[in-house]
Design a protein around this ligand. Structure first.
Ligand SMILES: NC(=O)c1ccc[n+]([C@@H]2O[C@H](COP(=O)([O-])OP(=O)(O)OC[C@H]3O[C@@H](n4cnc5c(N)ncnc54)[C@H](OP(=O)(O)O)[C@@H]3O)[C@@H](O)[C@H]2O)c1
Length: 322
């Protein structure tokens, strides 16, 4: 299989390469593309040197590329994914360009792999904060049916790419509006002035409904950037349609693919960003009843946003396709 990585010099692009190598993904030819700035840059993959090329409109016509992993932002995906698809190349896109398109499956392999079967050469990878949420709630929804979700995110600066990390490391505010050092920013992506939500919050709401095929779930979200390098945390509050025993929730989560429970309050053990980084699982802890409503449940989840939140999920999709 011939593979192209679009945005190969970025955080997600670099992680694509790492995950492809870790999982020993079968590659015949590998093509690496980025912006003009990176043209000629060398990248080592499996002990072999590759040269990054400037992304051009004719790359899919000129080269027989079977699979393209896109992580170069929304505008690039909008323009180039169509060209790839027309040239029989399957696109797995990490941006938000195609996620809510009715004809494009939005897939988390542990949650809705069946949606892959109708793809038309473009498949969307969900937003990082959505992926870890749906992995954690999928089986609970199957058993109890979720009525309402309240999500508050604590998102790492790596979610904003290399420039996000630089802002925290250098106490700069080139990427973010305000300094992220000693600060929490209740803004991720731009504001939708009509709803007063940020686009990140709307992504969480709309993508979750699409992936679970559950437009009836009431969802609200607040997304916050925190001064953490990597791995997003999320406080999740669920209202279920049927009452539950907390032991049942533990049993369901124990049997949910992609989830690891870290919940031992006697020993003060719960999911932490530092422990989740470098791993592919969604860690769930602080699992407890919400006593303020009849069938309420609270928990805390953490996952590596560059791995499961982006690159790992995309490579898992590619593995399913094969
Ligand atoms: N970080 C996350 O947690 C995360 C999670 C899920 C999805 N995503 C999505 O993945 C995408 C990339 O994110 P990232 O975090 O990897 O960002 P990043 O570290 O800033 O990397 C951006 C990449 O896009 C390339 N690029 C920019 N403009 C380009 C152009 N005109 N033509 C070709 N390539 C261009 C860059 O190439 P140069 O180095 O040459 O500029 C770089 O390789 C975004 O759409 C983002 O929303 C990110």
């Amino acid at each position: 299989m011939n593979i192209a990585i679009i945005g190969a010099t970025g955080l997600v692009g670099g992680m694509f390469l790492k995950i492809l190598e870790e999982r020993n993904f079968k590659i015949d030819k590998l093509f690496l593309f980025a912006s003009e700035k990176s043209d000629g840059k060398e990248i080592i993959f499996k002990n072999k040197k590759y040269i990054v090329k400037k992304l051009e409109y004719d790359i899919f016509e000129k080269n027989k590329i079977n699979l393209a992993l896109f992580s170069a932002g929304k505008e690039i995906s909008k323009k180039f994914a169509i060209l790839a698809a027309k040239n029989n190349c399957v696109v797995i896109d990490n941006s938000s360009a195609w996620r809510m398109n009715d004809k494009v499956p939005l897939v988390v392999p542990e949650v809705n792999p069946e949606d892959l079967k109708n793809h038309k050469n473009i498949i969307a990878n969900p937003n990082c904060s959505t992926i870890q949420l749906v992995v954690a709630i999928k089986k609970i929804h199957d058993v109890f049916k979720i009525k309402r979700i309240v999500i508050s995110t604590y998102q790492a600066v790596s979610g904003a790419g290399i420039f996000g990390i630089n802002d925290l490391k250098n106490d700069d505010n080139k990427k973010f509006k305000y300094s992220i050092v000693n600060n929490c920013l209740p803004q991720i992506d731009n504001f939708d002035l009509e709803t007063k939500y940020t686009l990140e919050e709307l992504k969480l709401i709309n993508e979750t409904k699409k992936i679970l095929h559950a437009p009836e779930i009431n969802i609200t979200a607040t997304a916050v950037r925190v001064p953490v390098i990597n791995s997003h945390g999320e406080s999740i509050n669920l209202e279920l349609r049927r009452d539950f025993d907390i032991k049942e929730i533990f049993d369901i989560l124990r049997n949910t693919p992609g989830v690891a429970i870290q919940d031992d309050i006697k020993n003060e053990i719960y999911p932490l960003a530092k422990n989740a980084s470098g791993k592919d699982l969604v860690f769930v802890g602080r699992i407890r009843r919400d006593f303020s409503i009849k069938s309420g449940l609270n928990f805390w989840i953490v996952a590596d946003n560059i791995r499961k939140g982006a690159a790992t999920n995309a490579v898992q999709i590619a593995e399913r396709l094969i």
